[in-house]
Design a protein around this ligand. Structure first.
Ligand code: 59J
Length: 575
């Protein structure tokens, strides 16, 4: 057919051939044009397509204590990665590479085999820069480095709960690392690079945007006091075979948290065996019934009515008081049958406190506790921090009034308790708490009248210094004030209290007449028989307070009278 048609229309056949020849010619010309004549333009174009931006990590801000001691430090590290395809061409160098990485040669080869199609695989993360360079010096094709930062925590377990930690990508995950993420993080920069089709870096072109470093965060914590508190609390827990414990120290005048420790704790530099129990910043995220450490606040409410003064006497009877179906008991009263208000605190009389409370009324006691921060946010913004619960009633039944007055039926954190004692110590003037070093004096609010606070300071000094007082809280050279508490733990799930589980507390401040430091010690479930707050927690208070007063250069207010020394010198002179 074709042959026949070609023969029939020869001019048409020739036309088609000519057109084909023309097209082949055009293509050949274009090929010549692309390959030879226009080469430079095209190459530039191809390169432009593989311009990439890679991030430059920002240096995360330092976290320090109030004196500049480092608590969290970012150090540069080298992370090595490989292009699996490229590495295939350098098989002879695998054993050397494995050795330099400190990895087993056989399993290393196996891993590379599995990833041979991958253009990106981590070889090792977070080497010291020197060790990273040693590997890079082998010049194995397909092995590349990224600069990163890794966080180190020089104070380790001592400040772990406060400082918190970051995740592998350098973002805050717990504690102040999380609370101040924006302040600390900085902004990563960008570097412009050229990569070829296989992802191989051809050329480092320029820094398109510099990384902006994060800012330094100076905490209110004093690492010296933190160490002291950590050590003394740990020793007390071991000695008493206790389950857990917390300690909070507050600067009375500035509201700064000077120390905050918990046990159990953990090492933030090695989190492989981290348990949830060890991670808890109990001082802020655990709530409990404060028991008798609340009695001074109920006393403040009584004094504020103007109807009560410390020497007023309340009959205690035989130390029990029946309210409906429920009996209030004094556990270890050593005086009676009547106690004045100071005596009620010294003997920790639940009955005496309740009788005062019936006169004052639940509402006023509630008000005083609320003004001193219970049932309220501290404003610290710490991740996971609890507010606790201070129940209110429109009408206050006697049972609720009594239990609130001696510290049950409400839940608080150790930090709230420390804040309330700091406020009483500060003449009733409340200063907001801070976990950050304050460089100027913060505003304050008078929440308890100054005269009431001053009277209470004297009463709480008696609690420690009276003949039957909590002498274990005393500090040589100083007058201190405070209150112990021993609270049976309520049972989880069911109503009521456990027979043999207690929380031992001591809360107080020093120097008693011009207070500078407020301190709360909470010890959870001492397990060796003894459990009174005055026995278990008061000694920790004493040791930590003694060391802190000295470290802060606070003048002693209870030294033996100087006459004795003068007399001794004079006698020596006469001889
Ligand atoms: C106590 C309570 C539980 C809750 C009782 C301590 C009550 C109560 C119901 C029995 C030990 C104990 C609402 S004791 O803190 O009174 O610190 O040095 O747990 O009373 O009514 O075997 N503190 N503690 N009470 N509950 N409900 C004393 C006192 C206190 C001391 C000692 C001895 C309790 C002097 C506690 C301390 O002041």
């Amino acid at each position: 057919m074709i042959g026949l048609e070609g023969a029939l229309y020869p001019w048409r056949f020739r036309l088609v051939l000519a057109l084909l020849a023309l097209m082949v010619g055009a293509i050949a010309w274009r090929m010549l044009d692309l390959q030879v004549l226009d080469h430079d333009f095209l190459k530039a174009h191809g390169d432009a397509r593989s311009v990439r931006h890679i991030p430059i990590p920002a240096h995360r801000g330092l976290i320090t204590d109030r004196n500049g001691e480092p608590l969290a430090v970012s150090t540069p590290v080298t992370t090595l990665w490989a292009n699996g395809k490229e590495l295939q061409a350098a098989r002879d160098q695998w054993p050397a590479l494995a050795a330099a990485l400190g990895q087993d040669s056989a399993s290393f080869a196996e891993r590379l085999e599995q990833n041979k199609e991958r253009e990106f695989m981590y070889l090792v993360r977070g080497l010291t820069p020197e060790n990273g360079q040693r590997v890079l010096d082998l010049k194995v094709p397909g092995v590349y480095a990224i600069e990163e930062f890794r966080r180190f925590y020089p104070a380790g377990e001592v400040a772990a709960h406060v400082v918190g930690f970051t995740d592998i990508d350098d973002h805050g995950r717990e504690g102040m690392e999380l609370a101040y993420e924006d302040w600390l993080a900085g902004v990563p920069g960008k570097r412009q690079v050229l990569k070829d089709r296989r992802g191989k870096l051809i050329k480092d072109v320029q820094v398109a945007q510099n990384a902006k470093a994060g800012k330094t965060l100076a905490l209110s914590i004093d690492l010296r006091l933190q160490y002291l508190a950590h050590r003394e609390l740990r020793n007390a827990l071991l000695e008493n075979d206790a389950k857990a414990g917390s300690l909070v120290m507050v600067d009375v005048k500035t509201g700064e948290v000077l120390a905050m420790v918990n046990h159990p704790t953990y090492n933030p530099n090695n989190r492989r065996s981290l348990t949830p129990a060890a991670m808890r910043n109990r001082a802020m995220i655990d709530v409990f019934e404060p028991g008798s450490t609340m009695k001074p606040l109920s006393m403040a409410a009584a004094l504020e009515t103007g109807r009560w003064k410390p020497s007023d006497v309340v009959p205690i009877g035989n130390g029990t008081l029946r309210i409906g179906r429920y009996t209030i008991r004094d556990v270890s009263r050593t005086e009676g049958p009547a106690l004045d208000l100071t005596g009620i605190l010294i003997n920790s009389s639940n009955v005496g406190m309740s009788k005062v409370a019936f006169d004052v009324g639940g509402e006023r006691i509630y008000d005083t506790m609320s003004k001193l921060g219970f049932g309220r946010d501290t404003g610290l913004g710490f991740p996971g921090e609890r507010v606790g619960n201070l129940p209110n009633h429109r009408k206050w039944p006697e049972a609720e009034t009594a239990t609130l007055s001696y510290g049950y039926g409400l839940s608080v954190t150790a930090v709230q308790l420390a804040h309330a004692y700091a406020t009483l110590a500060n003449g009733g003037s409340m200063v907001p708490l801070s976990m950050i070093r304050m460089d100027s004096k913060p505003g304050s609010m008078q929440v308890v009248p100054k005269e009431v606070a001053t009277t209470l300071q004297g009463m709480l000094q008696q609690v420690v210094e009276a003949p039957r007082g909590v002498f274990r809280a005393q500090v040589p050279g100083y007058h201190v004030a405070g209150k112990s508490g021993t609270a049976r733990k309520s049972s989880v799930g069911t109503k009521g209290y456990r027979e043999n589980a207690y929380r031992s507390l001591f809360a107080g401040f020093a120097p008693a007449q011009d207070p500078r430091i407020a301190l709360v010690v909470v010890i959870d479930e001492p397990g060796k028989g003894a459990y009174f707050g005055g026995l278990i927690s008061a000694p920790v208070f004493s040791k930590v307070m003694a060391g802190s007063l000295r470290l802060m250069n606070i003048a002693p207010d209870n030294l033996p009278p100087p006459e004795q020394k003068v007399a001794a010198v004079n006698q020596g002179g006469r001889n």
